[in-house]
Write a protein that binds this ligand. Structure first.
Ligand SMILES: Nc1nc2c(ncn2[C@@H]2O[C@H](COP(=O)(O)OP(=O)(O)OP(=O)(O)O)[C@@H](O)[C@H]2O)c(=O)[nH]1
Length: 541
């Protein structure tokens, strides 16, 4: 079945069809970044600076915390140093009270030995000894009175007491009686305004360890109490290994420069620590507290690690969203490209609804443009009054059919129809009535034709019909019937009107083989019909 509307569309379509057209972007446009890449860049530009700022703030916060911590550690070192000094002061007070014993003044050393043993329990010292200015030990509560006693090897504290007449604390040394590291707290014993003896209490590291442990430092911290030469007297960890050993040279350096300070160092057992130390201006002993750096930075490392993971997760999700949303936006846009190209084909566009408001607005615009284009194409190839194909489309459609007939050895007849007496209708009933009559003639004609036939209005009161696969005889019969059909009266706005028709017929292939000649010959035959009396059919020769 011949579809004239389809023919109208194909009439302007390129040979390969619009779908075969591929989209060629200009060079500079194909190099522009894609929506996905732009969105991904946006995500990266949003997340990375925020994470960077968060990281910097964290590090700053950590540094501030470090400063606070080093102050706090310094305070703890000072507090321990004070506690040690208090122990020394308490011992000195007890010794000073004991030094006023009349037994000493009267030279009753045996009696004093007994008295010292009683006092020993209160001062919690290891022993009490009396030394004469030559350094000779006169008594020691370690041994029964009268037992032979050695002479002091290290006279430093004794000399200090003899010179200043004031109490003092020794450094760590190996006790001549107990033969292990001890230190002493000594006070002068004055008889007749002369320092006659030095009264000393000896201690092992046990007493200082007790003071250290009373402070309850965390197990991981390294806390040392050292004498004025930097030798370890007490240590929170591995005392047996480090007792009497010198602390690290950089700690000694710092101690020389200041009484209180904090700095980064490495302990004797090789642990990097933040060290805070405090030296006593009285005893010149020193306390150092070290917090392992790993412990200090663990929090920051954890938080930074979380930040890195958080950033990675945010980037991952952001990039996935950029990919997903970018893909949707891109698909919405590219989904409109092919319809935009096909728009010129004049075919009715089918575009499924898209994801985005703007893309849907574009889709509506394309659909509207497609409808308008279809309408204007239709208008360009159809007669506005009757809706029949016009001369151009008739010519194109018949040419196609002729080609098919030629290939299949089929016949085709063209009827050239001109109304008789139409002008009189216009003149008597008016132009509008004439228009209505033309419309009715076209309807009668269309109804009479087969669907495969092609009818057209060529202009004015001229029509044409192409009878496909129809021989001359059949066409002549049809044309005669058509003359009668058209000659039936018309009711135009309550008025009766009558016209008839003159028809010329040209036959393919006997009359001619091309559209123009067939039409011209049919036209000529129509004039013959007119000139021989109208309302009749004439065959072209
Ligand atoms: N109403 C109306 N009239 C038209 C239209 N186109 C052309 N005409 C008129 O149609 C008439 C055609 O002229 P003719 O073919 O000479 O008129 P006719 O009375 O049929 O003459 P014959 O063919 O000799 O019988 C003219 O008067 C045109 O003005 C149209 O679209 N509408």
């Amino acid at each position: 079945m011949y579809n004239i509307a389809e023919a109208g569309r194909k009439f302007v379509r390129p040979a390969q069809g619009w779908a075969s057209w591929s989209l060629r972007l200009p060079q500079n446009q194909s190099e522009s970044p894609s929506i996905r890449a732009t969105l991904a860049l946006l995500v990266v530009l949003c997340i990375l600076p925020i994470s960077l700022v968060a990281g910097l703030l964290l590090v700053n916060y950590y540094k501030h915390e470090q400063r606070q911590l080093s102050i706090s550690v310094l305070n703890q070192a000072q507090s321990l140093m004070l506690a040690v000094d208090r122990e020394f002061a308490a011992t000195q007070a007890a010794l000073q009270a004991l030094s006023t014993s009349h037994r000493l003044a009267t030279g009753d050393l045996e009696g004093f030995h007994n008295r010292a043993e009683e006092v020993l329990e209160n001062v919690q010292a290891d022993s009490i000894v009396v030394v004469d200015p030559s350094g000779q030990l006169l008594l020691s509560t370690h041994l029964p009175y009268g037992a032979p006693l050695p002479k002091l090897k290290d006279r430093t504290l004794l000399n200090q007491i003899l010179e200043t007449g004031k109490p003092g604390v020794s450094n760590l040394f190996t006790g001549p009686i107990v033969n292990r590291p001890i230190f002493t707290v000594g006070v002068p014993v004055k008889i007749a305004n002369t320092t006659a003896y030095s009264l000393n209490a000896t201690f092992t590291s046990k007493q200082i360890m007790a003071v250290l442990q009373a402070h309850g430092f965390p197990d991981s911290w390294r806390v040392v109490v050292m004498d004025s030469t930097g030798h370890i007297v007490a240590r929170s960890r591995d005392l047996d290994k480090f007792l009497g050993k010198s602390v690290t040279p950089d700690l000694i350096d710092h101690m020389r420069q200041s009484n209180d300070d904090s700095f980064d160092s490495v302990t004797l057992d090789g642990v990097p620590v933040l060290t805070a130390f405090s030296a006593s201006p009285v005893s010149h002993w020193c306390v150092a507290v070290g917090i392992p750096k790993a412990e200090l930075t663990a929090g920051l490392r954890h938080t930074l690690l979380r930040l890195v993971f958080g950033t990675a997760a945010a980037l991952g999700i952001g990039l996935w969203l950029a990919w997903f949303v970018g893909g949707r936006v891109a698909r919405s846009i590219t989904g409109l490209m092919q319809p935009a190209i096909e728009l010129v084909s004049g075919e009715k566009l089918e575009i499924p609804p898209l994801h985005f408001k703007e893309a849907n607005a574009m889709r509506s615009a394309l659909l509207q443009a497609s409808e308008l284009l279809q309408q204007s194409r239709h208008d360009a190839h159809h007669d506005g009054l009757t809706g029949l194909p016009n001369r151009t489309l008739f010519h194109y459609s018949v040419a196609q059919q002729l080609a098919l007939c030629q290939r299949n050895n089929k016949e085709l007849c063209i009827l050239f129809i001109d109304l008789d007496g139409f002008k009189a209708v216009n003149d008597t009933l008016g132009h509008a009535a004439g228009d209505q009559l033309l419309r009715e003639v076209s309807q009668r004609m269309t109804r009479a034709c087969r669907e495969s036939d092609i009818s057209a209005r060529l202009g004015g009161d001229e029509f044409a019909v192409a009878l496909i696969h129809s021989d001359l005889e059949h066409s002549r019969v049809f044309a005669t019937q058509l003359v009668e059909l058209i000659s039936q009266p018309y009711m135009l706005g309550g008025c009766r009107a009558e016209v008839s028709a003159s028809i010329g017929i040209a036959h393919f292939p006997s009359t001619a083989t091309d559209v123009d000649t067939l039409l011209a010959k049919a036209d000529h035959a129509m004039y013959q019909a007119k000139s021989t009396g109208k309302r009749r059919v004439c065959l072209a020769s």
